[in-house]
Design a protein around this ligand. Structure first.
Ligand code: TYD
Length: 212
């Protein structure tokens, strides 16, 4: 399929253990003919190393949140904007909704109205995705899929993941035309095929819109 002239940013979101990284990998195979740019947050540039360090040291929630935003800025500058300028399809494993969902939880009680603060930090320079696939599953199942408790990141706890998933679902209700809910309890092959087909369909309809 020819993607020329289309500018499309697709993001994959969901709590830890929701299978979105597995989905990202599967899409590399299923959508190889479209030659997309596959990328991720955090860690698409060297800024991600400081994010990983801040997470591991649990340094401070504001430091951590601002480093995630710095990582996003570098990601946009170095990878996403150049790819979109080239007319490429971009598929990112996590993006700004991760901040709005996770840091709204970690900054609660630290900053007033953390979600508004986080959204304001992105205003005016970030790019809103064209489509966001949100992998949703019961928290028990997500926890069962994660590493042993002593090897988990500080986000990977029931009380945090429950709130993070509630935030994601709230965003999906607020923006139903951008979000597509993916049932993460389905077989991984079925999920990947569903998302790959949906992306092809979005590309087709954006092509016919452009011709109108
Ligand atoms: P990720 O690399 O997707 O997880 P994994 O280590 O399983 O591959 O993300 C690392 C953690 O960072 C994950 O728990 C989600 C969290 N995160 C945020 O809290 N805010 C953000 O903006 C992003 C991008 C990730």
């Amino acid at each position: 399929m020819d993607t020329e002239g289309k500018v499309l940013l697709i993001t994959l979101e969901g709590i830890d253990g929701s299978g979105k990284s597995t989905l990202h990998l599967a899409l590399k195979v299923l959508l190889a003919d479209l030659n997309p740019v596959f990328t991720r947050e955090p860690g698409a540039t060297w800024v991600g190393e400081s994010v990983r360090r801040a997470i591991a040291e649990q340094i401070d929630p504001v430091t951590e949140a601002t480093l995630f935003v710095a990582d996003h800025a570098a990601h946009l500058a170095k990878i996403i904007r150049p790819a979109l300028a080239d007319g490429k399809l971009v598929i990112s494993d996590r993006y700004s909704d991760s901040r709005y969902a996770y840091q709204a939880v970690t900054l609660k009680g630290v900053i007033q109205k953390p979600e508004e603060w986080l959204r304001a930090m992105h205003n005016g320079w970030s790019i809103i995705p064209d489509k966001t696939f949100l992998c949703v599953l019961p928290i028990d199942e997500a926890l069962a899929r994660l590493k042993p408790t002593n090897e988990r990141e500080h986000f990977e706890k029931r009380e945090i993941l429950e709130k993070v998933q509630d935030n994601y679902l709230k965003f999906a209700r607020a923006e139903p035309s951008r979000f597509v809910i993916v049932d993460a309890m389905k077989e991984k092959e079925e999920i990947a095929q569903f998302v790959a087909d949906a992306i092809r369909q979005i590309l087709q309809s954006s092509r016919s819109r452009r011709r109108r």
